[in-house]
Design a protein around this ligand. Structure first.
Ligand code: HAM
Length: 441
C-alpha cells in the first residue's frame, strides 16, 4: 500500500546520523554564546499575527507573502513564527525584563516558518540560532554582537565567510533616504513588480530586497543609504567600523544591505558564504532601536542576529569540517533463550548506570543474525549468552575490532572487564565512563 502522505513540502526530517551533527552545532552555539553572557530564551512557535505585522512590517515579503497565518478555534488570527526576534522582544516586554539590570543578553534556538519557494538552503521550516541584546545604545555593542557572530561561526570551524556591513539610518534621516529612493524608483516604475510599485510610496526600501529579478536589476543602481545618514548615524557607523578594525575582524561595507525586515535602524550586517549557492547568507542581523516602543513598551535600544542552522550544516559539510565521533554501542549482549534475555537486560542496566552504552537482543533472532546486527550498529564488544553460559555464570566476551575473545564471569566481573578495556584503549566517547568509574573506586 502506498504511504498515505509525505512530509510537507519544504520541511525536512532529521534522522539519526544527521541529528548528532545538529546537536553538536546547537551545543557549540549555545555554549560559546554563554561565554559572552547570553542565556537561553524559549518562546512559543505561535504568536498573535499582529506581532509580526507590527515588528517585521506589513510591507515586507515575509508578512505579505510568506507567513503561515490562520484563525485558531477561538477565531484569533495566529501565525507560526517566521523569525525569532519578535517573539523574544514580546516576551522581554511582557515579563518586564527592562526592569532587570541591563544589558540583558538572550539567545535562542527556534524553528521558523516561511512560505517561500523551496530550494537548496531555503526551506519552509528552517531553524535559527539567534541572540538579542537589550539596553546598549553604543556602537561598541554593535561591534561586540558582530564579533560574537564571527566567533560562533569560527568555533564551528567554518572558513571563507565574508562579513558585509551597512548603516540604514534612523527615524531622523530615514525620510530623506526614502525620498531619494522614491525619486529614483519612480523614474523606472514600469520595471518594478506590482508589489513593489504598490509599496513604493509607503516603504521604498523594500524594493531594495525584492526577490523579483527586474526589481533587483533596477535596485543595483539605486542611491546608497550611506549618503543620506545624519551626523549621529554617521558617527555611530564610523565607531562600529573602527572597533571592528581594532578587533581585527575583516569586513566590507555594502550599501545595498537593507535586510528583509522592517525593524532595523542604523547598523545591519550579513555573513556570506561562497559555499551556499544562491542562498548565500548564513547569518544576518542588526540594531533595532525602535522595536520595543513599536510593540508598546518603553523605548530601549536593542540589537541582535540570527544564523540559519541548515545553512551552517551545508557549509560545514561542503568544507569537510569534522564532527565529533558518533557515540557507539559499547557492549551488545547476544542471547539465546528467555533466561539469558532477562539476565542480559539486568547486565545492560548495570553497564548503563556506569555510563556505558549497552544493548541486548529484543527481536528473538538467531545468534548469527544478532552478531550481524551487532556489527551493523558498530558494537565494540559482544557478550554471547545461552542457557549453558547462564548456568555457569561465564560467557565469551569478544572484541569486535580485532576478534580476540576472553571468557568473563559476567555476574562478578563484567564491569571490571569493560572498565579495563576502556583504560587500555583511548576512546574519546568512553573516557567519561571510564573516568567516572576510576573516581568511584
Ligand atoms: P533573516 O535574515 O531573515 O533575519 O534570517 C536569519 C538567517 O536565517 C538567514 O541568514 C538564513 O541563514 C536563515 N534563513 C532565513 N530564511 C531561511 C529559509 N527560508 N530557509 C533556510 N534558512 C533561512 C532574521 O530572521 C532576524 N530575526 C535576525 C535578527 C535577530 N536580527 C536581529 N536579531
Amino acid at each position: 500500500m502506498p504511504l498515505i502522505t509525505n512530509a510537507v513540502k519544504g520541511m525536512q526530517d532529521i534522522l539519526p546520523g544527521e541529528s548528532e551533527k545538529w546537536r553538536y552545532i546547537e551545543q557549540s552555539l549555545t555554549d560559546n554564546a554563554a561565554l559572552f553572557g547570553y542565556q537561553e530564551f524559549r518562546t512559543p512557535v505561535l504568536e498573535h499575527t499582529e506581532l509580526f505585522s507590527r515588528s517585521v512590517g506589513g510591507d515586507t515579503d515575509v508578512v505579505q507573502k510568506e507567513m503561515y497565518t490562520f484563525d485558531d478555534k477561538g477565531g484569533r488570527s495566529v501565525t507560526l513564527r517566521p523569525e525569532g526576534t519578535a517573539g523574544v522582544v514580546r516576551a522581554f516586554l511582557e515579563h518586564g525584563l527592562q526592569n532587570q539590570p541591563l544589558p540583558l543578553k538572550t539567545c535562542y534556538l527556534t524553528s521558523c516558518y516561511r512560505y517561500e519557494r523551496p530550494q537548496a538552503g531555503r526551506l519552509r521550516e528552517f531553524h535559527q540560532f539567534g541572540v538579542e541584546l537589550f539596553g546598549p545604545a553604543s556602537y561598541t555593542a554593535d561591534a561586540e554582537v558582530i564579533a560574537l557572530a564571527d566567533f560562533l561561526l569560527r568555533k564551528l570551524g567554518m572558513e571563507n565567510l565574508t562579513l558585509e556591513i551597512n548603516s540604514i539610518g534612523c527615524p531622523h534621516c530615514r525620510p530623506v533616504f526614502h525620498q531619494t529612493l522614491r525619486d529614483y524608483f519612480e523614474g523606472q516604475i514600469e520595471g518594478l513588480c506590482n508589489t513593489c510599485a504598490d509599496r513604493l510610496t509607503r516603504n521604498p526600501m523594500r524594493v531594495l530586497d525584492c526577490k523579483c529579478p527586474s526589481c533587483q536589476t533596477i535596485a543595483k543602481k539605486a542611491p546608497s543609504t550611506l549618503d543620506s545618514l545624519c551626523e549621529p548615524c554617521r558617527d555611530h557607523f564610523n565607531g562600529v567600523k573602527d572597533c571592528m578594525t581594532a578587533a581585527g575582524i575583516a569586513f566590507t561595507v555594502n550599501p545595498f544591505i537593507v535586510r528583509g525586515l522592517d525593524y532595523y535602524t542604523r547598523t545591519v550586517f550579513e555573513f556570506i558564504s561562497a559555499d551556499l549557492g544562491a542562498q548565500a547568507t548564513v547569518c544576518g542581523g542588526g540594531r533595532y532601536d525602535g522595536l520595543t516602543e513599536e510593540l508598546g513598551g518603553q523605548p530601549l535600544p536593542a540589537l541582535g542576529f540570527a544564523m540559519g542552522l541548515e545553512r551552517i550544516l551545508m557549509i560545514m559539510e561542503k568544507q569537510g569540517v569534522a564532527f565529533p565521533p558518533q557515540k557507539r554501542c559499547d557492549v551488545y549482549i547476544a542471547t539465546l533463550g528467555e533466561g539469558a534475555m532477562r539476565e542480559a537486560a539486568r547486565l545492560c542496566g548495570e553497564l548503563r548506570t556506569e555510563g556505558f552504552s549497552a544493548e541486548s537482543e529484543l527481536m528473538g533472532r538467531s545468534l548469527k543474525a544478532q552478531m550481524k546486527y551487532a556489527n551493523k550498529i558498530g558494537a565494540r564488544f559482544t557478550l554471547v549468552m545461552g542457557d549453558n553460559e547462564l548456568a555457569q555464570g561465564r560467557a565469551p566476551f569478544k572484541n569486535m575490532s580485532d576478534g580476540t575473545e576472553q571468557t568473563v564471569d559476567f555476574r562478578n566481573s563484567l564491569l571490571e572487564t569493560v572498565y579495563e578495556v576502556c583504560l587500555n584503549n583511548a576512546w574519546d566517547d568512553l573516557e567519561n565512563a571510564a573516568e567516572g568509574m576510576k573516581h568511584e573506586r
